[in-house]
Every structure is written in C-alpha cells, then in structure tokens.
Design a protein around this ligand. Structure first.
Ligand SMILES: Nc1nc2c(ncn2[C@@H]2O[C@H](COP(=O)(O)OP(=O)(O)O[C@H]3O[C@H](CO)[C@@H](O)[C@H](O)[C@@H]3O)[C@@H](O)[C@H]2O)c(=O)[nH]1
Ligand SMILES: [Mg+2]
Length: 192
C-alpha cells in the first residue's frame, strides 16, 4: 500500500564532517495526486541547548564564539552570543546537556528542566534541538569552561543581566534563534 510519503532514492552528496543527502520521494497531496519531488537534507545529528539563570542576581550565563557560517552571511565579526549548546553523541539529551554545560560554561548544575524541542530549520536541516533551563549559583562553578581543547573550541563565558540580554535581542546583538527562544521563555514564564 502506498503511504503518503514513499522514499524512492537517497544519494549521499557529501559525507565529510556531517552528511548531505539528496532524496527523491513520492508525496501524496491532499487531493490524492501523487507527485515526485527531490530535496536535499543536511544531517548533522541532533542537539541540546540550555539557559542557566540566577533569580537572585537576575542574571543568565551565555557564551560567545566564532561561527564561520554566519561570517559568510552578513555577520561581520563572525562572533555569536549563544546559550550553551552541543551536539548529542550517543548519550541522551539530558546527559549531553549536563556534559556540555560543564565543558562550555564550567558549571555543574543540579536540576535541569526540559522545556520543549524544536526543528530549527525544517526545510533543509534534519536536526531536532532539545531545550533545557537550569538554575545556577556561584558554588556550582567548578572550572573556567571554554570548551574542549581537542575540539578547538574557543568559547568565552558571559554572565549578564537578564534584562541586558533581552535588550540585546531587541537591538540585534543577539541573533541566535535558540538563545532568543530561551530568553523569551524565561520572561513568558515569569522566571526572570
Ligand atoms: N573540524 C571541524 N569541526 C567542526 C565542523 N563543524 C563543526 N565543527 C566543530 O564541532 C564542534 C561541535 O561542538 P558542539 O558544542 O557539540 O556543537 P555546537 O556547534 O555548539 O552545536 C550547537 O549549536 C548549533 C548552532 O546553534 C546547533 O545547531 C546545535 O544543535 C547545537 O545546539 C564545534 O567546535 C564546531 O566548531 C567541521 O566541519 N569541521
Ligand atoms: Mg557548543
């Protein structure tokens, strides 16, 4: 029986660091007509991201790092202010985000709360991103953070007032989608 979607052919166009596939498929439209389409899909795995917040100090922890793709598309310095995030290895999203939090920010947080998940670029990138928040305090800081040396991550850790971060969304200094979603979530929920 023909389903609404039927994959006919998958070609790997590139599998250097991540995988770019060209997929030809049949798709049944609402009116019953079956059409054949080809689409490219970039598979870089799935990811997790977290916003650390402190309700007493009214602060959040963010990171700053060079992001080459943005440099090629209008971001003059290539630097991006982002919530801590990382790609899932074989571990689940919560274990991954705890590990990334320690590696990138130097904090070992206690309770992490999953708030939602989202496809960040559904027309071209397969990735689903798992979103978390966690309270942080000074005593949870165990190291400088900054990322893993062998992965050549050069990550700066920023602690800033939540209101300043929201203002940076308004004035365009923060332009990363996951970070904007997390900051807005904290305000919408009345957490900060
Ligand atoms: N050598 C090499 N390294 C790469 C390449 N592509 C990425 N990397 C490096 O691989 C590391 C991956 O680090 P993670 O912390 O695991 O992932 P991330 O790049 O921070 O990903 C997070 O942010 C992305 C962008 O917002 C998200 O898409 C992703 O889900 C996740 O949240 C980074 O140091 C990155 O520079 C490549 O083509 N070659
Ligand atoms: Mg990262």
């Amino acid at each position: 029986m023909f389903k609404d979607v039927n994959i006919l052919k998958t070609e790997v166009l590139s599998d250097n660091w991540y995988t770019l596939r060209k997929i030809t498929f049949e798709y049944k439209k609402k009116n019953g007509e079956v059409i054949t389409q080809t689409r490219e899909a970039y598979d870089r795995g799935n990811g997790a991201t977290i916003l650390l917040y402190n309700q007493e100090k009214k602060t959040v922890i963010l990171t700053r790092q060079f992001r080459l793709p943005t440099y090629t598309n209008g971001n003059q310095s290539g630097m991006m202010i982002e919530a801590c995030a990382g790609l899932l290895d074989k571990d689940n999203a919560e274990d991954c985000i705890r590990r990334e939090t320690e590696e990138e920010t130097g904090y070992v947080v206690k309770d992490v709360k999953k708030i939602f998940e989202a496809y960040m670029s559904p027309g071209s990138v397969t990735e689903i991103l798992y979103f978390f928040i966690a309270a942080y305090s000074k005593d949870m800081k165990v190291s400088e953070g900054g990322g893993v040396d062998h992965e050549e991550e050069n990550i700066e850790v920023l602690e800033m007032l939540f209101d300043d971060a929201l203002e940076m969304v308004n004035n365009g200094e923060i332009k990363d989608a996951k970070t904007i979603m997390l900051l807005q979530y904290l305000r919408l929920q009345g957490i900060l």
